[in-house]
Write a protein that binds this ligand. Structure first.
Ligand code: LRH
Ligand code: MN
Length: 386
């Protein structure tokens, strides 16, 4: 059995990208519950994200969503982020909220609407160039609600052409990650519903196109770690959107619904050379509808760190020997031993050794930061999915 000391150097290379939108208000179609102290603009979102990094050392970059985080001067915003000790991360395009996109965006029947969506993504690539960001993330709400509503085959042709146009604007050091989702908001078919469809489009585009795997975007019962292993084997796993769910795309705190699934996923990430690996971005994509935004993010990065530590503790030599010997139960026991290893005391010491609080959530509560932002952020409109 490996010890924590055997894996701490590798674990120390963990860097998680947090989503700017997790610091704003979010909810469901039934209700968006506001929270006092919620940021009113991207700068305040960055300030809150910087708290997560300061208390955990795990969240050095912040993903932006355009136009939710639109500013006049992105280079200036990048400089501001640096003053907070964080950097701007993945640029997320948004072609799912404009009235023109009711019947789709990059796969829309109308070439004028497709051109508008392409132009938006090209604008996002411009932001990447201004800020030195590598990745453009494209998630499409595109799909249909009723059989016959549109031609599934032709939509794939339109989508491929639109993606190729966007791809042609990428610089050599830039990438496109294409996120899939099996349903919602489309309820009959989605144009990028699964890893296979995303991979096919990425392979057709070229070697700067990668698949983004959002852990909440699969049909119940899907073996997500198999998809992770397969995409890493292809060298096309570009990024994760980590969260967890009990039912649909619940966007709950990663590891909260199924910590064992997170452990299995991270084991395949390590086994497949996806960590430590700068080519595989580990991002969060979550909504803290009822819990404190900042605490929710702190808990999230700690959950990833904890399950990654356990995954790194798998005695791979013993596991391999049992696998090769066909010793089913020994192989499973070796795997489970790592999962059942309580690494929390070691992690608390590990943090203290880096000058970080042993308990970052308690440290945040004791910091008074929440009270400070609640009294400072009066007036203006709280940020949300708009
Ligand atoms: C879509 C999604 C996508 C983002 C959005 C915030 O469900 O996962 O990654 O654009 O959430
Ligand atoms: Mn996502």
């Amino acid at each position: 059995m490996l010890s924590f000391a055997d894996i701490s150097d590798t674990l120390g290379r963990l860097a998680i990208e947090v989503p700017s939108w997790a610091y704003g208000n979010s909810g469901t179609r039934f209700k968006v519950f506001g929270q006092p102290g919620t940021p009113r603009d991207v700068r305040e979102k960055l300030a809150d994200a910087a708290q997560v990094n300061a208390l955990t050392g795990l969240a050095p970059t912040v993903a932006l969503h355009i136009p939710w985080d639109k500013v006049d001067d992105y280079a200036d915003l990048a400089a501001y982020a640096e003053t907070l000790g964080v950097r701007l991360g993945t640029i997320n395009s948004n072609t799912f909220q404009d009235d023109d996109y009711k019947l789709g965006s990059l796969a829309h029947p109308d070439p004028a609407v497709r051109a508008k969506a392409i132009a938006h993504n090209v604008e996002c690539i411009g932001i990447m160039t201004q800020t030195g960001v590598r990745d453009l993330k494209i998630w499409l709400a595109d799909g249909t609600n009723y059989p016959g509503q549109d031609d599934i085959r032709e939509r794939q042709d339109r989508l491929a052409d639109s993606l190729a146009q966007i791809y042609s604007y990428l610089a050599d050091d830039q990438r496109l990650v294409l996120e899939y989702k099996f349903f919602e908001p489309a309820f009959y078919h989605t144009d990028v519903p699964d890893w296979g469809t995303s991979l096919l489009h990425c392979l057709a585009l070229g070697d700067k196109a990668y698949v983004c795997l959002d852990t909440g975007h699969h049909a119940p019962g899907t073996n997500i770690e198999f998809i992770v292993a397969s995409l890493l084997r292809q060298g096309r796993l570009g990024s994760f959107d980590f969260n967890s769910r009990f039912y649909a795309d619940d966007d709950l705190i990663v590891g909260s619904a199924d910590p064992f699934q997170l452990f299995r996923i991270l084991y395949e990430v390590v086994r497949g050379g996806g960590f430590p690996n700068p080519d595989v971005a580990l991002m969060l994509d979550q909504c803290h509808n009822i819990e404190n935004h900042i605490e929710g993010q702190i808990r999230s990065v700690l959950n990833v760190q904890e399950m990654l530590a356990r995954a790194l503790l798998v005695d791979v030599d013993a596991l391999r020997a049992a696998q090769q010997a066909g010793d089913v139960l020994t192989a499973n026991r070796v795997f489970m031993d790592a999962f059942y290893t309580d690494v929390r005391p070691d992690l608390a010491q590990f943090r203290e050794a880096q000058g970080l609080p042993a308990d970052p959530v308690a440290a945040f509560r004791a910091s008074g930061y929440q009270q400070q932002i609640e009294s400072a952020r009066v007036g203006g409109r709280a940020a949300g999915w708009n």
